[in-house]
Structures are given as structure tokens and as C-alpha cells.
Ligand binder design. Structure first.
Ligand SMILES: [Zn+2]
Ligand SMILES: [Zn+2]
Length: 137
């Protein structure tokens, strides 16, 4: 049993990963971009049988397309994990749901031919410790 745990935004769904992580990937493919709504997607890849939903299985919903299936919380909308038909033995857990997400660092970038061209420049743009202050609101 690994100590890897995670949950969705509202906390109804929580899980534990019962094996070691196989890989941590940044996927830049167009499919993942549309599926997640983010510029690229970071996943912890685990063996299919290693995800134990400890709470809130009844909140787990899914959306299936030709390539696979996205599983998300139907209460808060957080995507929790993906299945890809090309890799039936694996699950891709959305990195943002992990409890120890600062310790679980990406090991590889995939589908770089589809990577947005500005991704490698983000360290050069103005960076604030907090969000932009709303003025005259
Ligand atoms: Zn939720
Ligand atoms: Zn992808």
C-alpha cells in the first residue's frame, strides 16, 4: 500500500493508490487539452487495479469518447482519473487531485508535437505570489 491519497474539490470523492506510481507525465496532446480544459495535463500513471475509492463512489461519474473515458465528481466537476483504450492496464490520475502533489514531479513530456508554443516561456512572464488585486470593485 502506498501512502498516495487524493480527493476532488468538494471532498466527496477520496481515493488511495495501493501500488507505486509507474510514471508522472505531462501530456500535451489535443485530446487531453480539450478533455481537461487546461493547456496541458499532468497525470500520475498507476496500474489499473491500484485505485481504491475510499469514499464517495456514488459521486463518480464518467464521460466516454472513442479514445477512452474521463471519470469526474458529479457534485463539483473535478476530473479525477482517465482511462485510455490504448492502455487498458493503466489509469491516469489527475495530478491536481493528489494530496502530496508537490512531491510528485513530472518525469516526461508527451505529445510535444502538439505542445502550445508558449509553454516553454512561462517562467519569463511576470510572476506574482498571489493573484491580481481587484481595483475599484
Ligand atoms: Zn467533488
Ligand atoms: Zn494526452
Amino acid at each position: 500500500m502506498s501512502n498516495l491519497k487524493g480527493c476532488c474539490l468538494c471532498g466527496e470523492i477520496s481515493y488511495q493508490v495501493t501500488s507505486e506510481i509507474l510514471n508522472v507525465v505531462n501530456c500535451h496532446c489535443n485530446f487531453c487539452r480539450s478533455h481537461s480544459g487546461a493547456a496541458f495535463s499532468t497525470y500520475a500513471v498507476i496500474p489499473f487495479p491500484s485505485l481504491a475509492i475510499i469514499h464517495g463512489e456514488e459521486y463518480l461519474s464518467s464521460h466516454e469518447i472513442e479514445e477512452g473515458k474521463k471519470h469526474f465528481c458529479k457534485k463539483c466537476g473535478t476530473p479525477v482519473f482517465n482511462q485510455n483504450k490504448k492502455f487498458p492496464g493503466l489509469l491516469m490520475i489527475y495530478h491536481g487531485t493528489l494530496e502530496n502533489r508537490n512531491e510528485i514531479t513530472p518525469m516526461i513530456n508527451l505529445w510535444c508535437e502538439n505542445q502550445l508554443e508558449w509553454i516553454n516561456r512561462i517562467s519569463g512572464i511576470p510572476s506574482l505570489n498571489k493573484g491580481i488585486e481587484e481595483k475599484n470593485a
